[in-house]
Design a protein around this ligand. Sequence first.
Ligand SMILES: O=C(O)c1ccccc1NCC(=O)[C@H](O)[C@H](O)COP(=O)(O)O
Length: 268
Amino acid sequence: MEDTTELAPAVRSILSAARDRAAEGRTDRVDVDPRDLRAAFDRAEADGRVPLIAEVKPTSPTTDGAREDDPVALAEGMVAGGAAALSVLTEPEHFGGSVAVLERVREAVDVPVLRKDFVVAESQLDAVESDVVLLIARFVGDDLPDLLAAARERGFQVLVEVHDREELTRALDAGATTIGVNNRDLAELVVDLGTFESVAPHVPDEVTLIAESGIGSPADVRRMRAAGADALLVGSAIMDGDVEANTRALTRAEADDGDHRDTTETPT
Ligand SMILES: O=C(O)c1ccccc1NCC(=O)[C@H](O)[C@H](O)COP(=O)(O)O
């Protein structure tokens, strides 16, 4: 079992709730026919868009208030703004998510959908079908290889999230091919884009590499891309205001149309 003493209280509470959900009754095993995440990124690149996973994130421990609008309408706005893929929170207690919302979103869009939750046990994988599932190296500890295999057996693509070199090594040893470096430190909940910059050089070229958290402006997008990100995962900055316009500002961050913005700007 993972030592949680160094985690922020909110994160300890998230993990405890995840373990409670894992202990609830089993459902049938899912069998996913996934939409290809890498192909979606390649299509975005070919189209001049920054490959972006836009996150439907109604609230979070670091957000004031909650977004109450229809998550399907939000998701459609993100796709209209150029998102290559979507992430949907299914964690109910701290992020206002649900598996029902993920099902509705996945039915409404044709891009790959990542299930964003705190999976700590195999039984949780069967809660809902998605194209990609997240495994957080820090939370699953030594179970990472088994959970990775269990997810792949069900057809999922797997995004393995790391925060430092030690977790990266564990992810690579387990056979991860899509890795996200989370700029949010789960012990302090502070965000530092330098985290991605320090870990990215050690990621092999053949791995699909995603920069996660704290990306708030086109300048941040360009910074993460310059550091080697194949794609970005953005939640809060897109959910704050007009999601379609916010997504477009980020997916167009590298467009060579003379619209080079001030580095301090954030999308609205
Ligand atoms: O976002 C939080 O407040 C949070 C708190 C505790 C654990 C995890 C948390 N976020 C999970 C995520 O992975 C982010 O939602 C995702 O990377 C997007 O981050 P951002 O663009 O900074 O909203």
